[in-house]
Design a binder for this molecule. Structure first.
Ligand code: FAD
Length: 293
């Protein structure tokens, strides 16, 4: 199924994300995470594109497994080290295994590396649309991409991605919903009208906060900082508070008319399950108690 078809209804939707293994030995543990997460019947499940030359191979393998579990897969793809031939080979693999959805990204070049045949995600989007009948999504940044001189400039380039053929956007994680609402207002004003999936990252350990902020540059609001300050030394309490905070964000998004939420569940079925359990009634789905876990 194509993800763009999911957006034709207004019912609340939840999707989850996994990342691929780095080597063959890691495949089984990622597959078992996918098996467990697929029990929650997400509207789709995405698999990221690992850095390095073999990223595409493992992404495709996991996307195929997601499909075999009965869930719509979304395979990420980046421009890093990509040539026109490698992208075409990757797309052929996805076509052969029946994966119809691709999230097209630039990726981040390691220091000292030159870009390959594609400099920006918009060029990759155009290539994928030209290659075949894929539903293509792209990334967006409610707080602006860290390399952008201004949000206005970032939104100008976001528009290029949509014009190149991407039919939905997924946001970078954010911890303050008002930043997302403000961003939505600005992109709609800029004529970007495709569906936007809100990306939520449940932070369940204090050690995650520093890493996440360093990687994404996201603003951490005072109420979340208070949670980390208070519960950092108690793992169980921090886990529960992190799930509750992410749940609060998701419920606020649904209550304000946002219909699509993507959870950065990071190969953690327990995190996906806890969020699912907290919002299953809103999604009109059964409680976890009715699953054979
Ligand atoms: P682009 O859209 O190409 O933008 C990159 C920068 O260039 C921005 O500052 C933009 O404003 C600017 N720009 C764009 N077009 C132009 C132009 N024509 N001229 C001048 N400047 C321009 N990384 C991975 O390695 N693997 C993944 O699986 C992955 N998944 C992700 C999923 C999501 C939802 C998000 C939000 C990010 C993901 N990333 C992933 C990280 C992503 O690759 C980085 O954030 C990267 O720095 C930017 O990727 P992009 O596709 O947004 O780039």
């Amino acid at each position: 199924m194509k993800i763009c078809e999911l957006f034709q209804t207004d019912k609340p939707m939840l999707s989850f994300e996994v990342f691929p293994p780095k080597t063959d030995t890691g495949i089984e543990s990622v597959r078992s995470a996918v098996n467990a997460i697929s029990e929650f019947k997400p509207d789709y499940m995405s698999v990221t594109y690992g850095a390095g030359g073999d990223g595409g191979r493992y992404t495709a393998k996991i996307a195929e497994h997601i499909k075999n579990c009965g869930v719509t897969p979304l395979a990420h793809m980046t421009c890093v080290s990509a040539t026109k031939d490698s992208i075409k080979a990757n797309l052929k693999t996805l076509q052969d295994i029946g994966v119809q959805n691709v999230l097209a990204l630039r990726g981040d070049l390691p220091d000292g590396y030159q870009h390959g045949d594609y400099r920006y995600a918009s060029e990759l989007i155009a290539e994928i649309k030209n290659y075949g009948d894929f539903c293509v999504g792209a990334a967006c940044y409610p707080e602006g991409h860290p390399e952008s001189a201004s949000q206005k400039e970032d939104i100008k380039y976001l528009r290029q991605k949509v014009d190149a053929g991407c039919c939905f956007l997924t946001t970078q994680m954010f911890f303050d919903n008002s930043i997302f609402y403000n961003f939505m207002y600005k992109i709609r004003e800029a004529g970007i009208n495709v569906p936007v999936v809100a990306g939520i990252m449940p932070i369940t350990a204090a050690s995650q906060v520093k890493r996440v902020v360093e990687l994404s540059g996201c603003f951490v609001p005072r109420d979340f900082t208070a949670i980390v300050d208070h519960f950092a030394s108690d793992d169980e309490a921090m886990y529960a508070a992190g799930i509750a905070y992410a749940t609060g964000q998701i419920i606020d998004l649904f209550a304000n008319g946002v219909t699509h939420v993507h959870v950065y569940s990071m190969n953690k079925p327990d995190v996906a399950g806890a969020i699912y359990q907290n919002v299953h009634a809103i999604l009109g789905k059964p409680s976890l108690g009715s699953f054979q876990m």
